[in-house]
Design a protein around this ligand. Structure first.
Ligand code: FAD
Length: 379
């Protein structure tokens, strides 16, 4: 009889995992408290990259993520969610430019596609509507980086998963685990229904810590309730603009990417700390206007663009900021996957998790195991 699994959470991690498990012959029930993508996945900048990751193992995991996205493209042709146009980055001060040039050299040295272009080349050949300060000597171009449209991605993946028999339950919340000794044997839903499974895969994003604490698994995430929490981000969606930006762009103080053919999605790390869980977002706060003003310096014709919406986005951010993937310590049959950079990583983590759940441990995940957080017993 096929192994029965329950996957909790239809964000990008749970959806990719449900698909890969089903393809490996495992029976999958995917349970989502709201609708697919209603967690962090639906409010992501969604840039696929590895070059910015410094820890070698984490860099390699992200490279694997970018490769696994390409495998999905080959499987599900005509992928409207994937925008493979690369990423451009430049810096303002001579010192920061020097650091960027060194980064390009370092990445080239380890075989990551990266090159330096002149501002004139960028404007002529790639992005005619960008405005780049004359003091900029070089722009880093990462041609293999890309971005996706996360909800479109989920739509296509869920369709593929359901065609393989994955049962999706939306607006259905898991409130507890069913245990036989220290073995998970299923989940309890808010309705009171019990569902049985041989394996439960927890892909509950930022809700993971609370859910797993019920079975004594300690997995600390950075709380969005802390003052100036790193878990909170502000995304700004513009009204329609009269300019084109086709790539991910990291300009000084603002990150820009297209959101469809005529709107931009903006993010600025330096403004993230200025909003909290309590900041009202409608009408858009001054902070969102400042993010847009920053973008106006770099993209032509944004004078009349408005902030269409300011979006509070909450990261699923493990305390040490690295992915957490694997069997949970002390509880049999419970597998957890929670990570930042989940849009880049999901397809790779899903492939690896499916192999592990079917019995083949994955070396690449050794650095990212959940037991690194368990309290050490002394003596
Ligand atoms: C501002 C911002 C920018 C980002 N930019 C990037 C980027 O450029 N590149 C990148 O790779 N990553 C980026 N990320 C990170 C990325 O978006 C996340 O890592 C990823 O979306 C996490 O996906 P997930 O499936 O783990 O979580 P989620 O999308 O939150 O999914 C978890 C799901 O579980 C469900 N759930 C929770 N509890 C239960 C329960 N008890 N029962 C049933 N269902 C439950 C939730 O409803 C939710 O739908 C960004 C994040 C933010 C906030």
């Amino acid at each position: 009889m096929a192994m029965r699994s329950i996957v909790i959470g239809a964000g990008i991690i749970g959806t990719c995992t449900a698909l890969r498990l089903a393809q490996s012959g495992v029976q999958v029930t995917l349970i989502e408290a709201n609708l697919p993508g209603d967690g962090t996945t639906g409010t992501s900048f969604a840039w696929l990259n590895a070059g910015a990751k410094r820890l070698r193992e984490y860099y390699e995991l992200n490279v694997a993520g970018m490769e696994a996205h390409r495998r999905l493209l080959a499987e599900l042709p005509d992928a409207p969610w994937y925008v493979q146009t690369g990423n451009l980055e430049w810096r303002a001060t001579p010192e920061a430019q020097e650091r960027l040039f060194k980064q390009v050299e370092r990445l080239q040295g380890i075989g990551y596609p990266a090159k330096l272009l002149t501002p004139a080349q960028v404007v002529k050949d790639l992005e005619p509507d960008l405005m780049i300060e004359s003091s900029v000597e070089g722009i880093a171009y990462y041609p293999e980086e890309s971005h996706i449209y996360p909800k479109l991605f989920l739509t296509h993946l869920l369709r593929a998963a359901q065609s393989l028999g994955v049962e999706l339950h939306t607006r259905t919340k898991v409130v507890d685990f069913e245990m036989s000794g220290n073995q998970v044997s299923g989940v309890v839903l808010e309705s009171g229904t019990h569902l049985k499974a041989d394996v439960v895969v927890c892909c509950a994003g930022r809700w993971t810590e609370k859910l797993l604490s019920q079975v004594g698994v300690y997995l600390p995430l950075i709380s969005p309730e802390e003052p100036e929490s790193e878990a909170i981000g502000l995304l700004v969606l513009t009204s329609e603009i009269c300019a084109t930006v086709q790539r991910v762009v990291h300009a000084p103080g603002v990150n820009i990417r297209p959101d469809g053919p005529s709107r931009l999605l903006l993010h600025s790390g330096k403004f993230d700390r200025q909003i909290s869980l309590q900041t009202p977002l409608s009408p858009p706060p001054q902070t969102a206007e400042e993010v847009l003003s920053n973008a106006r310096k770099f993209v032509r014709n944004l004078e009349t663009a408005r902030v269409e919406s300011a979006i509070r986005a909450i990261r699923a951010l493990p305390q040490d900021e690295l992915s957490v993937v694997g069997w949970t310590p002390g509880v049999e049959g419970l597998y957890v996957m929670v990570t930042h950079a989940g849009v880049t990583l999901a397809p790779a983590l899903a492939e690896m998790a499916a192999r592990e759940i079917n019995g083949t441990p994955e070396k690449m995940l050794a650095t990212f195991r959940p037991d690194r957080f368990q309290p050490q017993v002394s003596g």
